[in-house]
Design a protein around this ligand. Structure first.
Ligand code: NAD
Ligand code: IPM
Ligand code: MN
Length: 350
């Protein structure tokens, strides 16, 4: 059985994943590691971004580490064959509905953010993004021609009680092991899904999690509060689209988008999907300067959440911190290290 399946993907995906692989081989040499085609490169080779074989391998592994997918090369691919569509199918195929996106500011990077040091120093925010529902998947969705000229596009935002409750449960459980506070972000003032979201979270809280502090916040205000005073938050739970946007904003608090890992989890006992939250970065792909830490930290989350090796995760986390402490910086963090040299810096600390 494969412990860790790598899906390097496109653009900087293979560059950063190669460093996570080096780290994995060093810290846990007994892990069995396999690789499979995914994303644009899979579309080029096999005519589909996610082949049946790759999905089957993902479901059979203990953990999957994805790099990044997409890029200008596939902008004219049929919509359902685009690399990004493959990623959405992978998430639903693996049924990983809870996406943990931790925005943690490592102490040595407190000056690397575009926000003032005192706002981000010590930041430890966990965004829990619903990942397999909402407007990303709701039906109907289409673009149609209008009889009088022009076109009309439709996306559908849809959530059920069960979908909201299971992701909220993950957020409450996480909060209990942290600072015991959940902020639930939606637009209940204008959206029906937001209204249901607020009701379901309130109800679950009353029934099972009354010991956890719960606040409801409108998603637009949440975006503002994330850049005004991010340390007020502990765990933020939100839907698929708001979670996508709020987590990119939160990433910048940590110094760079290249710092933010993620873990997508399904029901216990099923494999997790680990991925940096950044994309394929076409502007720097092939230059060897991408920051591999989001990928390395995604592997760190895999050690913790899927591979049952929390002690190794702690060790790896400390090694990343120590490398940053000694000044290791890729260009996105204001330094000059290449992707491989950042990998070297982490390996040296291990
Ligand atoms: P992006 O995240 O690829 O890049 C945004 C900016 O951040 C760019 O300037 C990029 O150079 C920089 N950046 C991102 N990761 C970095 C890293 N590790 N080190 C240093 N700098 C980094 O977002 P985009 O440009 O909007 O999207 C490019 C492509 O990636 C699109 O096709 C998009 O659909 C896809 N995408 C994929 C994923 C994924 O696979 N999970 C996530 C987001 C976007
Ligand atoms: C992310 C990405 C993806 C998303 C895209 C590439 C499908 O932006 O993982 O944050 O929107 O979920
Ligand atoms: Mn995103």
């Amino acid at each position: 059985m494969t412990d860790l399946l790598l899906l390097p993907g496109d653009g900087i995906g293979p560059e950063v994943t190669a460093q996570a692989r080096r780290v994995a081989e060093a810290i846990a040499p007994d892990l069995s590691i396999a690789e499979a085609p995914f994303g644009g490169i899979s579309f080029d080779q096999l005519g589909t971004p996610l082949s049946d074989d790759t999905l089957a391998a993902a479901k059979a592994a203990k953990a999957v580490l994805m790099g990044a997918v997409g890029g200008p090369k596939w902008k004219d691919a049929p919509r359902d064959k685009r690399p990004e569509a493959g990623l959405l199918s992978l998430r639903t195929g693996m049924a990983v509905f809870a996406n943990l996106r931790p925005a943690i500011c490592f102490q040595p990077l407190a000056n690397a953010s575009s926000l003032k040091r005192e706002l981000v120093e010590g930041l430890d925010l966990m965004i829990v993004r619903e990942l397999t529902g909402g407007v990303y998947f709701g039906q109907p969705r289409f673009i149609e021609d209008l009889p009088g000229g022009g076109r009309r596009a439709v996306d559908t935002q849809v959530y059920t009680t069960a979908e909201i409750e299971r992701v909220a449960r993950v957020a409450f459980d996480l909060a209990r092991g942290r600072r015991n506070k959940v902020s639930s972000a939606e637009k209940s003032n204008v959206m029906e899904t937001g209204l249901l979201w607020r009701e379901v979270v309130t109800d679950l809280h009353k029934r099972e999690y009354a010991d956890v502090e719960l606040e409801h916040i409108l998603a637009d205000n949440a975006a503002m509060q994330i850049v005004k005073n991010p340390k007020q938050f502990d765990v933020m739970v939100t839907d698929n689209l708001f979670g996508d946007i709020l987590s990119d904003a939160a990433a910048q608090l940590t110094g760079s988008l290249g710092m933010l890992p993620s873990a997508a989890l399904g029901v216990p006992g099923t494999p997790g999907l680990y991925e940096p939250i950044h994309g394929s970065a076409p502007d720097i792909a092939g230059k060897g300067v991408a920051n591999p830490l989001a990928s390395i930290l995604s592997f760190e989350m895999a050690l913790r959440w899927s591979l049952g090796r929390a002690h190794l995760a702690d060790k790896l986390y400390a090694a990343v911190g120590a490398a940053l402490e000694k000044g290791a910086r890729t260009p996105d963090l204001g330094g000059k290290l290449t992707t491989v040299e950042m990998g070297d810096a982490v390996l040296a600390e291990l």
